[in-house]
Design a protein around this ligand. Structure first.
Ligand SMILES: Cc1cc2nc3c(=O)[nH]c(=O)nc-3n(C[C@H](O)[C@H](O)[C@H](O)COP(=O)(O)O)c2cc1C
Length: 338
């Protein structure tokens, strides 16, 4: 099974991707960028463009084959423009965002908003894949979708639409838009969606996404989907890859563990945090902003420190590089690592 680092807006940018790779090695098979907006002006924002420049993505083989830029687009024309830009930069695959639940995105007929308009989505994909067949050099396209907008029953129709196109990989976040990121993933609906996709002739590899944050949750997902069990072929959802987001923020060594390697060590977490700070310092001005960025990570990483409320407060209150590093040294010195 393959493992992907999920796209997360404002978080899985090149500083994180590079440092994660440098510290934790080659366990993650692919890193997905946060979405780049393909706007009607056919210009990316500077920050978005800089995230995909090959010279910024230093830790990933220099070939970019392990990075997949994700595109958010409201229509085929903008998507095709953005995909061609990615190809020019050397990327072989782009991913279409069909899952972002934010109201500002949904109301502009983008992200999960497209799931509520299946006829429009079908036309958009038809135009995109027509363009692909016309252009030999076009990158491959994967989709990141949810099971529906408000009801997983919508998956049947969506899967029939996806099955009609030569999609490289279909990543399914096992929730509907109205779930946002909360509640248990809908594993039965995921299974039904995969089955509907195959029945309709869909050939893409299937990727599972949702709440894999430990060896136990990975086993649970596999058991519930019948992967690796002795149940009949027809009851088994095939999963080619697993995409992990928040689980990797909480435990950056998670994929290594899921592949049979060792658990997170305090020293490697220290090294990761220190290098991440330096990478962000080269990316954003002012200590305070770098610290805010690090706090996004601490919101997930604090689980490794027992009884850490007081030490965490000190990290949150830090306003300079020196204060921040002193507070981090303190949490490692004072709290039991778990
Ligand atoms: C802060 C945050 C930002 C996200 N940004 C994106 C994004 O840019 N594109 C995308 O497709 N999904 C985005 N997601 C969704 C994740 O890729 C993933 O589908 C979701 O977190 C569920 O997986 P997990 O349970 O492994 O975290 C985001 C999620 C979070 C929490």
């Amino acid at each position: 099974m393959r493992f992907y680092y999920a796209p997360m807006e404002g978080i899985t940018l090149y500083p994180l991707r590079n440092i994660h790779r440098e510290v934790f090695g080659e366990w993650v098979d692919r890193y997905f960028t946060p979405f780049l907006t393909a706007s009607h002006t056919h210009h990316f924002k500077n920050r978005e463009k800089s995230d995909v420049l090959p010279e910024k993505n230093t830790a990933l083989d220099g070939t970019l084959k392990r990075i997949v830029p994700q595109i958010m687009a409201a229509n085929s024309e903008n998507f095709i423009w953005a995909a061609e830009e990615m190809k020019k930069l050397g990327y072989n695959e782009v991913n279409l965002n069909l899952g972002c639940p934010a109201p500002t995105v949904v109301n502009r007929h983008k992200g999960a908003g497209l799931l509520a308009e299946p006829e429009y989505l079908d036309r958009m994909l038809c135009e995109i894949f027509d363009a692909v067949s016309d252009k030999e050099i076009f990158p491959e396209i994967s989709l990141k979708t949810r099971l529906g907008f408000s009801d997983p029953g919508e998956a049947d129709r969506l899967m029939k639409i996806y099955a009609a196109y030569p999609v490289k990989e279909l990543i399914i976040h096992a929730r509907v838009r109205e779930d946002y990121y909360a509640g248990a993933p809908r594993l039965d609906a995921f299974k039904e969606a995969v089955s509907a996709y195959r029945t309709a002739g869909g050939k893409a590899d299937i990727s599972y996404n949702g709440n894999i944050d430990s060896a136990a949750s990975f086993e649970k997902m596999k058991n519930e989907l019948g992967i690796g069990s002795s149940c009949g072929e027809e009851q088994r959802a095939e999963v080619y890859s697993v995409m992990i987001g928040r689980g990797l923020l909480s435990d950056p060594s998670l994929v290594r563990q899921l592949k049979g390697g060792s658990a997170l060590l305090p020293d490697e977490l220290r090294s990761y945090l220190s290098r991440l700070y330096d990478a962000y310092a080269g990316y954003i001005p002012e200590d305070r902003n770098v610290i805010f960025k690090m706090l996004e990570h601490w919101a997930y990483l604090h689980v490794h420190f027992k009884d850490s409320d007081r030490c965490l407060k000190q990290i949150r209150k830090s306003r300079s590089r020196a204060e921040y590093h002193a507070a981090v040294n303190n949490i490692f010195a004072e709290c039991e690592f778990v």
